[in-house]
Design a protein around this ligand. Structure first.
Ligand code: URA
Length: 287
């Protein structure tokens, strides 16, 4: 029978169980010691004790925080006036990809910035004819700071290689430029909410304008719904070339490689999309 304090193995097992459930991020503003919370308190002390630590408003200094935030990939937040401006106005101010990356990196209008480790902007060759737009960084991308480097990213590389495209190819016609709708990983790898995708969409529109691709390969529901301003799901839209609503650039919706890892039978349809992409690169998109 288990009695008293949990031992090391029990604590490790509890931790592994939480990680398996997806609770991999500490998302509270202040640390909470659950052991202290669950310890019996003398009645008088309990009555006098505050029920929890005072909330700290976003942007307000946390006096309990001993160390400055030195995690890689993040600079100090932009001034409040800038951070409260709309993402459309902020994005419009960027006239190069580097400027856009810097604006997005320091923009503190999203709590995702607090839980992610690294800002993930793009990979591949800026100026490539093909731009791939995914959903959001996962755990591997968050750790490394580059999009599509985990298992789904490796499958994406193999898919592109099958039509003679590589993210590092020197020639723009064989290269790809890769980015995500969200540059920060949602905690626990959850799917981005529609509100999050909408918030970052003006940044993505500007990103596309500055990267100047001829064609866009939009993978997965989040990317397709945001880019094409539609509520129609990927199963209906995949394989259909559609002009970007603001920029007119041809967009090919397709399955997300992470989905294809779970549903390999649909690789057959993804292959049709890749052939359509190759044909559009060779001959122009059928719009
Ligand atoms: N899934 C995405 O949509 N983007 C990544 O960068 C990684 C996984």
């Amino acid at each position: 029978m288990a009695t008293g304090e949990p031992n090391r193995d029990q604590m490790l097992a509890a931790l592994a169980w939480q990680a398996e459930l997806g609770a991999t991020e500490a998302i509270a503003e202040t640390p909470q010691d659950r052991f202290v919370e669950s310890a019996p308190k003398p009645a008088a002390a309990a009555a006098a004790a505050p029920s929890k630590a005072p909330a700290i408003a976003r942007g307000q200094e946390d006096p309990t925080r001993a160390m400055p935030d030195a995690r890689p990939g993040r600079d100090q937040p932009v001034a409040a006036a800038q951070s409260t401006g709309s993402t459309t106005a902020l994005a419009a101010q960027a006239s190069t990809l580097d400027e856009l990356a810097q604006t997005m990196r320091v923009w503190d209008g999203t709590p995702l910035r607090e839980t992610a480790r690294n800002f993930v902007f793009s990979d591949g060759v800026p100026g490539a004819r093909l731009m791939v737009v995914g959903e959001a960084p996962g755990a591997d991308e968050d750790r490394i700071g580059r999009p599509f480097v985990g298992r789904a990213g490796q499958l994406l590389d193999r898919m592109l290689a099958a039509i003679d495209i590589a993210r590092s190819a020197p020639a723009p016609e064989n290269a790809a430029y890769i980015a995500n709708i969200l540059p920060w990983r949602p905690p626990g790898n959850r799917t981005p909410t529609e509100a999050e995708a909408q918030m970052f969409l003006p940044f993505m529109t500007r990103h596309i304008e500055l990267a100047k691709p001829d064609l866009i390969f939009a993978v997965g529901n989040t990317s397709v719904k945001a880019l094409l301003a539609t509520k129609t799901g990927i199963k209906r839209l995949r394989g259909t070339w559609t002009p970007h609503p603001d920029l007119g650039i041809p967009v090919l919706p397709s399955f997300h490689p992470a989905y294809l890892l779970r549903q390999p039978a649909d690789k057959r349809l993804a292959w049709q999309d890749l052939l359509s992409l190759r044909a559009a690169l060779n001959e122009g998109a059928p719009l």
